[in-house]
Design a protein around this ligand. Structure first.
Ligand SMILES: NC(=O)c1ccc[n+]([C@@H]2O[C@H](COP(=O)([O-])OP(=O)(O)OC[C@H]3O[C@@H](n4cnc5c(N)ncnc54)[C@H](OP(=O)(O)O)[C@@H]3O)[C@@H](O)[C@H]2O)c1
Length: 274
């Protein structure tokens, strides 16, 4: 008897948190389509991961090219998924750029804002415009927009301004998307992986990729009565503007920095950085 396997898509998964999310989803038994904008890099990562996973589950790891800023590339992925697997059940919008680590609101060139928004906001929007109608029709879907504490309203300070603005917009986008699928079994949330040791996060970050990916995978694999329209880190709701009639209100809002960050001298620095 064939067992039913759900299909997940992870964007920007050739390295960093996306790679970690893809690995955990495969280990949980999901058919996982690891995507990357650079085909060579993505295929190398798939080969590495198959070695790491090293069991029958490795056959559930599939590769496809995807540049989230390229409409044709998104369409090719959609056709590949629909032809091969009939549907996608999970979409993790992980791909992002941080181009202005030391950027200031006035000095950062407009082009930096435009490229950042194109990748970090319009990329997830285009992916949702492409895949959500199918999920709604099937009445099943889990969408996670990988966001950042840097995008919380209370963290709007004068550095990484293009990145912050993009994650603020992504959090707003998440709420609008959540509203658009209300009443269906499609659950859409934003998740922050915390400050993670990746190319974006730097080797100074306190968290491993595995730790960062865990909370995102939780959101990607929620049960039917899971939260919807929230912004989470490690399964805890982060303070954000939440529309009143949202199911997410059932979840506990965390106002504390989790214990594991207490070794950082000033937790506010952590909260404001990412
Ligand atoms: N690391 C942290 O501390 C931290 C904290 C909070 C939130 N986050 C969020 O977590 C997510 C993953 O971050 P990370 O640290 O793993 O970043 P990363 O190491 O810089 O990896 C980013 C990934 O996105 C891909 N990407 C960039 N532009 C793309 C495009 N147009 N189309 C498709 N893929 C594209 C990159 O591909 P290439 O290899 O081709 O560049 C790479 O695979 C991001 O959304 C980030 O904002 C990270």
């Amino acid at each position: 008897m064939e067992t039913f396997v759900r299909t997940a898509i992870v964007t920007g998964a050739n390295r960093g948190v996306g790679r970690g999310i893809a690995k955990q989803l495969v280990l949980l038994g999901y058919r996982t389509i690891l995507t990357s904008r650079d085909e060579l890099k993505g295929k190398l990562t798939v080969n590495e991961l198959k070695e790491e996973i090293g069991t029958k589950l490795a056959s559930n790891l599939v590769y496809h090219q995807l540049d989230v800023t390229d409409t044709e590339s998104v369409k090719r992925l959609y056709d590949f998924v629909m032809d091969g697997y009939e549907a996608a059940d999970i979409l993790v919008n992980n791909a992002a750029v941080l181009l202005d680590q030391f950027g200031r609101i006035i000095q950062t060139p407009l082009e930096t804002y435009q490229i950042t928004m194109a990748t970090n906001v319009y990329g997830p929007l285009l992916m949702c415009q492409t895949f959500l109608p199918m999920m709604m029709k099937r009445n099943y879907g889990r969408v996670v927009n990988v966001s950042s504490g840097a995008g919380q309203v209370e963290n709007m300070v004068n550095d990484m301004t293009a990145y912050r603005l993009s994650k603020l917009a992504l959090n707003g986008l998440t709420l609008m998307l959540a509203d658009s699928v209300k009443g269906t079994n499609v659950l859409i949330n934003a998740g922050c992986p915390g400050w993670v040791r990746t190319e974006m996060g730097s080797p100074d970050a306190p968290r491993s990729i595995e730790e960062g990916a865990k909370g995102i995978v939780w959101l990607a694999t929620l049960p039917d009565d899971g939260p919807h329209g929230g912004f989470f880190r490690d399964g805890q709701l982060i303070l954000v503007n939440i529309p009143p009639n949202n199911r997410v209100n059932d979840f506990k809002v965390s106002t504390n920095v989790p214990d594991r960050y207490s070794k950082i001298a000033n937790p506010q620095v952590y909260a404001r950085r990412y």
